[in-house]
Design a protein around this ligand. Structure first.
Ligand SMILES: [Zn+2]
Length: 453
């Protein structure tokens, strides 16, 4: 079986040949933790979680690191606006992020390094770049001199002229070249910072990922992921720093061999933005739809394409998930974890083609309905599992994650009593009340059944 990925570095689909097939290593840029993550962040997390699950399915060991950027100007600004201590902001945001990820069935990576816990390694990396002549100090800053790296632009395919042109807005006077970027910046007294040979200060964002990936995955590793918006300048700058520090050259893939980027998320065909009023946090959507529905919807579009986020799309995804779970309800018997069918794995091997994998999932579903066998159920469930879907038991799915189950059961009891006393008006009122709470009830021979609307 051949596995391929579209590699942004070579601009083509390439066969995936890990450095060590016994241990595939992947790094993905994580969130800057100052506010709730938005649905665009959810897409990236779901895409790379699916890649992680797929790799775990076909390789004996996968090491996945995704960082938290917990020192950044955005966090400092939030602290200034709210007066909340920085650690309180970052801790709270990390907890929200974990809660959101759990709801979306996104597995925890093997490592979740925080930038503030990797400062000594970052200082070491800056020192190394200064010593090797790739970086220079100016007015308390340390800057990377882009003209010293022949391969600058190798990932984003931008020419030096383009990048200098692009960087021309508000060029700091201490920069040798407009495109030079910050490795270390000074912090004022009382501001968050660390002592370093370059003075009291804090790391630049790009530097953080170079240092954290090296610490947890080594100087060279297999896959580096992130959203397409990170290609320039973030990933371009990571490459510049890491190649120069390790003495690699751009022609021979070192640092990360495969650069995998997910497409952007649009809302109703438009860019998502607070000013357009179409900005949604993951929490906004999780409050309305089960996490698995959001996940299924997101995986229906190939990761490399833009994803058009619509509520209609989510409603359709919910209908399909209900159909899938309903099929599981009908066929009794536990499913054992087994390898997913080969045609399903092959679909994912082709540049993580999740739409194709989902098409196969539909075929397996049809087959299950036809055969009504435990074997067909096993194929269906074990395929969905690789996509992080159908992980709940079907009864729980239809009940939904309600936190007021006691109240619901009590109301159903009251309604039963009312019916016994022929107080149909009251029974109807209770039904209406439950409906308002988002609960649909159904009178069956076995008694009253209820589910989330
Ligand atoms: Zn990064």
């Amino acid at each position: 079986m051949t596995i391929t990925f579209y590699n942004t570095l070579s601009s083509k689909k390439e066969e995936f040949l890990p450095i060590n097939p016994e241990n595939v290593r992947m790094y993905v840029c994580g969130p800057t933790v100052y506010d709730r993550a938005h649905v665009g962040n959810a897409r990236s997390a779901v895409v790379f979680d699916s890649l992680y699950r797929f790799l775990k399915e076909v390789f004996p060991k996968v090491t996945f690191a995704r960082n938290f950027t917990d020192v950044d100007d955005k966090i400092i600004n939030k602290h200034k606006q709210t007066g909340k201590p920085i650690t309180e902001i970052t801790e709270e945001t990390i907890q929200w992020f974990h809660e959101d990820m759990d709801t979306l069935n996104v597995l925890r990576p093997d490592f979740e390094p925080r930038a503030t816990e990797t400062i000594p390694e970052m200082i070491e990396l800056v020192k190394d770049l200064v010593d090797k002549g790739f970086a220079y100090e100016a007015e308390g800053h340390v800057l990377f001199d882009v003209t010293k790296f022949q391969g600058y632009g190798v990932l984003s395919k931008r020419s030096m002229e383009d990048m200098i042109e692009g960087a021309r807005v508000e060029v700091a006077p201490y920069k040798k070249n407009p495109a030079d970027f910050v490795l270390w910046k000074p912090s004022n007294e009382g501001e968050v910072g660390w002592d370093s040979p370059f003075g009291y200060g804090r790391p630049g964002w790009h530097l953080e990922c170079s240092a954290m990936s090296k610490k947890y995955l080594g100087e060279s590793f297999d896959i580096h992921g992130g959203g397409q918006d990170l290609i320039f300048p973030h990933h371009e700058n990571e490459i510049a720093q890491s190649y120069c520090a390790c003495g690699c050259d751009a022609k021979h893939h070192k640092y990360a061999n495969y650069w995998v980027h997910n497409g952007m998320l649009m809302v109703d065909g438009k860019k998502m933005s607070k000013s357009l009023g179409n900005f949604y946090s993951i929490r906004d959507i999780i409050n309305k739809y089960p996490g698995e529905v959001i996940r299924f919807f997101m995986l229906s579009t190939h990761y490399h394409q833009p994803l058009n986020f619509t509520f209609e799309g989510l409603d359709n995804a919910k209908t399909v998930m209900n159909k899938f779970y309903n099929a599981l309800l009908n066929i009794k018997g536990e499913v054992k974890q087994e390898q997913a069918p080969s045609e399903f794995i092959e679909a994912l091997s082709d540049d993580l083609n999740t739409p194709k994998a989902i098409a196969i999932l539909h075929e397996l579903f049809n087959n299950l309905n036809k055969e009504q066998s435990l074997e067909a159920k096993s194929k269906f469930v074990n395929s969905a599992r690789v996509l992080g879907l159908l992980l709940q038991d079907a009864e729980t799915w239809f009940k939904g994650d309600v936190d007021n189950e006691g109240e619901i059961v009590a109301l159903i009891g009251e309604r039963n009593d009312a019916k016994k006393n022929k107080d149909y008006k009251k029974a109807d009122e209770i039904r209406a009340k439950l409906f308002e709470m988002g609960i649909i009830i159904e009178d069956t021979k076995e008694g009253v059944k209820w589910k989330k609307a």
